[in-house]
Design a protein around this ligand. Sequence first.
Ligand SMILES: Cc1ncc(COP(=O)(O)O)c(C=O)c1O
Length: 427
Amino acid sequence: MADMAIKDTKMIGFTNFPDADILDSMGQFGAKHYERLNLVVRKTEGAWLYDMAGNKYLDCLAAYSAANQGHHHPKIVKAVVDALNGGYGSVISNVLFTDSLGLFVKKLSSLVPQLGKRFGDNGNKSLLKNGGVESVETAIKMMRYYGWKSKGIEDGKQEIIVFNNNFHGRMITVVSFSSAKKYKEGFGPLTPGFVSVEYGDVDAVKKAINKNTCGILVEPMQGEGGMYIPPDGFLRGLRDLSDKHDLFLTFDEIQVGLGRTGKIFCFQHENVIPDGLILGKAISGGLIPLSAFVTNGKMMDLAFKPGSDGSTYGGYPLACVAGHAALDVLIDEKLPEKAMEKGKILKTKIEEIAARSSHVKEVRGKGLFIGIEVNNGDAMKYCRMLLELGVLANDSHGHTIRISPPLIINDQEIEYLIERLEKVLID
Ligand SMILES: Cc1ncc(COP(=O)(O)O)c(C=O)c1O
């Protein structure tokens, strides 16, 4: 393949190199850490992806919820372009203050209901990072520090309760407590200090608590684990146990927060408020990596002092500018409400298909977070068929087709999707 050249402006996307060259380049020079579907995307807009020939694909993955606001939302793009053109979007050492960071942490911390109410009405504070997994690590540090400093657990003995089939990212500490062998095999030594129990089972959590337990880390709905919604009362049960045993309860809403399930925050369905909250993906509208750990101000100040955490790009101006615009779009365009409304329509239509299909085992979901579990356990088979028909979807945990389009999806796009699901799920 010849050296990359920036394309003739009439072409779609970054270059005019043919797809075959791109696939060759990936095969020869890229890590093979993803099993990719056979589509080279050249352009994205709203709920759609485009290939070089200009074929359209309805994006029902939305980058695992990073594109909740739709691809290239004009308001977020404008904010980023203005920041670049205006010279206030580059990386600046975190040893200084920036207005975009100062105002973004205010916006984010105020958007979240008071976390860790038992620690007092101190408001919330946010610590920003880049990818989601980094903020999960921040939360783990918080929970461990709390256990040591506040509960008197010997440092190094702190234990956190997590759940089977969890997904919190792919760095060493986080894969250490994953149930998936392929995430961690050969990557030892793994990080100790985690106990994993059945998702949805409050009694199992109760049994796992001991004198060294400092916290609970949970996804209020499991995304990668198979699109599971826990039984009613599960989150309440975790809250009660955390209050009783003084455990730091943290919700990872990286995938299911920020409107995806029909509420700004997933925990608002049951009105169970955690002590710590992890956000990512849609927090910056799918344009710039950004993630956050948010907690009660008193707790943030307890655990994090100068030097105890940090990141070169975490909370840099361009990401915060995108974050401001992304949160504004989420609220101003009422995306959680839209996700609730469109999700109900979509799920009902999918259930109608499922009732006539011999392929579907179960349909589950809330808002625009919908899983279709298939009988043969091979969801990718159906996702490949959907791709041929102009729909991008992928599997969750092998057995479930994940339907999680951008929250701006409209009625015509829902019809387009339903027609194609009908084709692949009805013989
Ligand atoms: C619940 C949850 N936590 C953490 C992560 C990791 O986020 P990232 O891939 O941005 O590191 C993900 C990613 O899918 C996720 O769904």
